[in-house]
Design a protein around this ligand. Structure first.
Ligand SMILES: [Zn+2]
Length: 434
């Protein structure tokens, strides 16, 4: 991978040293500058293998598709002038602007097979035919009931149909599955409709509370899949529910706040990954934006790959003045509670702490009574933060404000004390545009 980047990836051409071929790959890698989304977004073509865009027309096409203003559906196939296809993907844009990713067909097949190998290690009988995809339905998947309708009557129909079709795995976003689980626990007569061997949680951090709720409702283990659009499966849980780094696809490094490598269990740091199979658009020492704790590499399941635990927020996402509270956690609970109690509809909520006792809440696509919503949000926030002095400043953002909502009901927190944070910037622009 290093030699490929040295010869074909402009960003790395001068950064990777000349004698790399004669050195131990890990030593050469350890000297390399760190990469992140912002560096790639500022110079997409610099991160793409030059053999894909040797011709001017291909280069121009990619330049058009990869800039921040272009928009395309995920998994868009692009035909290059030599007849080869490449695929464009994009992240959910949780940090403000989606990152566009280029993969070859082969790279997607390899990443997909890696995930299926991990699933099969848990259950040799699992196949695409036995996994119900929930909101990640592939093209051509047909299902007679609306999966975005969470009413108990509709859920009963959904589960009955899943049971009839004989699915044994459920795969989906933990929030959606948690809502299903809550409805099933409210009406246990639904429990007999389906029989899952495993439920795979994707797309967001799985909290211990969600896991136990879902396991209680469906009487099967929940397996956490920690993935990202850049390389797909970063880590996957074993039968003992410990999260193992997927060493087939990536090398993981955990770096502390001063950039030091963390190798002793129990310490937390930022996760950087080096993809072993992304040649079209390589990711070397790339900051995934998540904080993890290294939990050792001697799991009783027999897998010797390192285990990690994704922590609920970065140190700077702690609520200021509240040592153990993370904004994403607290306001995630507020929105879940409000949704459960009042079936409130919106596409996204973002919270910024502006003062120790003040939170600005940006809500997009809200349909409902704004005054009531604001009052309830305040009431529940005060209860969860155990303080009557908390102030909530509600901002109802126009649908065209620069806030991305690929993941409905996801919650993102940023602190306004970092004006360079792309999310903080997009929030400011969003507020200014009204
Ligand atoms: Zn294990």
């Amino acid at each position: 991978m290093l030699l490929h980047c040295k010869s074909r990836v402009p960003f790395y051409r001068d950064l990777i040293c000349e004698d790399t071929a004669r050195r131990r790959p890990l030593d050469a890698l350890a000297e390399l500058t760190l990469a992140n989304k912002a560096k790639i977004r500022a110079n997409y073509l610099g991160f793409i293998s030059s053999d894909l865009i040797r011709r001017r027309s291909d280069r121009e096409l990619m330049q058009d598709l990869l800039n921040d203003r272009s928009n395309f559906a995920n998994d868009t196939e692009v035909r290059l002038s030599n007849g080869d296809s490449i695929f464009l993907e994009k992240t959910s844009g949780s940090t403000g602007i989606p990152l566009k990713i280029v993969k070859s067909r082969e790279e997607r097949i390899i990443a997909g097979k890696s995930l299926w190998r991990l699933r099969k290690a848990l259950d040799s009988s699992v196949s695409p035919m036995s996994l119900f995809p929930f909101e990640h339905a592939p093209l051509g998947f047909s299902f007679p009931y609306d999966l975005s309708d969470y009413s108990p009557e509709n859920l009963r129909n959904i589960l009955a149909e899943i049971g009839r079709r004989g699915y044994t795995w459920l795969h989906g976003h933990p929030q959606g599955i948690e809502w299903w689980a809550e409805a099933v626990l409210d009406d246990p007569s639904m429990q007999g409709l389906v029989r899952f061997s495993y439920i795979e949680s994707n797309g967001s951090k799985l909290s211990p509370e969600s896991r136990s709720l879902i396991q209680r409702a469906f009487a099967c283990p929940v397996i956490d899949h920690y993935g990202c659009m850049e390389v797909w499966t970063v880590a996957y849980e074993c039968r003992l529910q410990r999260l193992h780094v997927n060493e087939e696809l990536i090398l993981a490094e955990i770096l502390g706040e001063r950039g030091e490598t963390i190798s002793e269990p129990g310490r937390m740091g930022r996760l950087f990954i080096t993809s072993l199979g992304s040649f079209a658009m390589p990711f070397l020492r790339y900051d995934l934006g998540d904080w993890v704790e290294y939990t050792g590499s001697n799991c009783d399941c027999g897998n010797r790959s390192p285990t990690i635990q994704v922590v609920p927020g970065r140190p700077n996402e702690r609520i200021a003045g509240r040592e153990d509270l993370f904004g994403r956690d607290v306001f995630g609970k507020v929105t879940r509670f409000l949704y459960g109690a009042y079936a409130i509809q919106y596409s996204q909520i973002r919270v910024v702490q502006t003062r120790p006792d003040t939170f600005q809440v940006y809500v997009s696509d809200f349909a409902g009574d704004r005054a009531e919503f604001t009052a309830r949000f305040l009431e529940v926030s005060r209860a969860l933060l155990s303080s009557d002095r908390i102030r909530i400043e509600m901002r109802f953002v126009e649908p065209n404000a620069p806030i991305f909502s690929d993941h409905p009901y996801d919650l993102f927190i940023c602190r306004c004390n970092d004006p360079e944070d792309p999310l903080a910037r997009s929030l400011k622009e969003g507020a200014g545009s009204r």
